[in-house]
Ligand binder design. Structure first.
Ligand code: SF4
Length: 337
């Protein structure tokens, strides 16, 4: 059986959003995609229980897109948090950024965790054991504070320890359901935490949110060239997808001793780090967030690092990032971005 064709990123991003048929069985390996033009006709479709459904479903625009757009209509700013590779502390950064945004009591902030294979946000936000409330209006986010809500795909999985081993179409289906059914209400900032890289989840999130208006992406990296290499790909992905990069943040940028405040550079910025990359690509540099061992501890206990260790240089750095992101989204809102 021939493997499914690899769709070039640009084609995948610019393809019209299609209706996904209701299937009677899971998509088999090498499925061309039930919403694709080849659905029901490809060699992988021979003998598939869904063949009649896929072949006869009209290939029109996806009727769920207006539903998603209406769900997110009350959110003023939607910001993606991306990284080129895993291990740069992106989810940790997202939770701290959300807490930093929420220090402004007049702002309502949310985190949307779209990492299906490794959802870690609920643990870091201290809501791992929460169950979500379902009403006629949809699924309600879990509120960590009066002005800080969280929604994660983990809340929809049967067990937190179950591995999710799914292929693209099934993952896309869950992300769509997630975007369609969560009732966010009125909100100032929604941070969308995505898995590392440029995978199916990125294409899905981008496609489904296209009509809702994403302000842009904050790209997280560590200082070493091996991390920056992948960040260049992430920036290229954003450009092809038409996502504005609001700026680059250098995470784990040095270690500040909590006793003597001396700073050590743990990961060397051999090629100039995020600052040099930002200058090279013409993207805003949002700052450097230093390592602090208390960050990991706060995440493990699901506590707000801001409340527990407000004296940390990492808190000061994050508040600067928030200020710069706010300026970037305002620039965009005013039509100067
Ligand atoms: S019939 Fe539909 S579900 Fe089955 S392989 Fe073809 S496109 Fe995929």
């Amino acid at each position: 059986m021939a493997p499914a064709a690899i769709v070039p990123v640009q084609d995948a991003l610019s393809a019209p959003l299609k209706n996904h048929p209701k299937l009677v069985a899971p998509e088999p390996e090498h499925c061309p995609g039930p919403e694709s033009e080849a659905a029901g006709k490809g060699s992988a479709c021979d003998g598939c229980p869904n063949q009649t459904i896929c072949a006869s479903t009209p290939k029109g625009p996806d009727p769920d897109i207006p539903v998603i757009t209406s769900r997110l209509a009350g959110i003023k700013h939607k910001i993606l948090v991306l990284s080129g590779k895993g291990g740069v502390g992106k989810s940790t950064f997202t939770t701290m950024l959300a807490h930093a945004f929420a220090t402004d009591e007049d702002s309502v902030v949310g985190i949307m965790d779209t990492d299906i294979c490794g959802p870690s946000i609920p643990k870091m936000m201290g809501v791992e054991t929460e169950t979500i409330h379902v009403s006629n209006a949809g699924w309600s986010p879990v509120w960590v504070a009066d002005n800080l809500g969280v929604m994660s795909v983990q809340f929809m999985l049967p067990s937190r320890d179950d591995a999710v081993i799914w292929r693209g179409p099934k993952k896309n289906g869950l992300i769509k359901q997630f975007l369609k059914d969560v009732e966010w209400g009125e909100m100032d900032y929604l941070l969308v935490d995505t898995p590392p890289g440029t995978s199916d989840e990125h294409l899905s999130v981008n496609s489904y949110l296209k009509e809702s208006g994403v302000d842009g992406a904050v790209v997280v990296t560590t200082p070493q060239e091996v991390s920056l290499l992948d960040v260049r790909k992430e920036i290229d992905f954003c450009r092809k997808a038409g996502i504005k990069v609001l700026g680059i943040v250098e995470n784990m940028s040095g270690f500040v001793c909590s006793s003597c405040k001396h700073r050590n550079q743990v990961f060397k910025a051999t090629t100039g780090g995020a600052k040099a990359l930002a200058a090279e690509t013409g993207i805003s540099y949002l700052g450097a967030v230093p390592l602090d061992p208390r960050i990991g501890m706060a995440c493990d206990y699901g506590e707000s690092f801001f409340d527990a260790f407000s004296d940390s240089p990492a808190c000061t750095a994050l508040l600067n990032v928030v200020q710069m992101v706010k300026e970037e989204v305002m620039t965009k809102s005013n039509g100067r971005g």
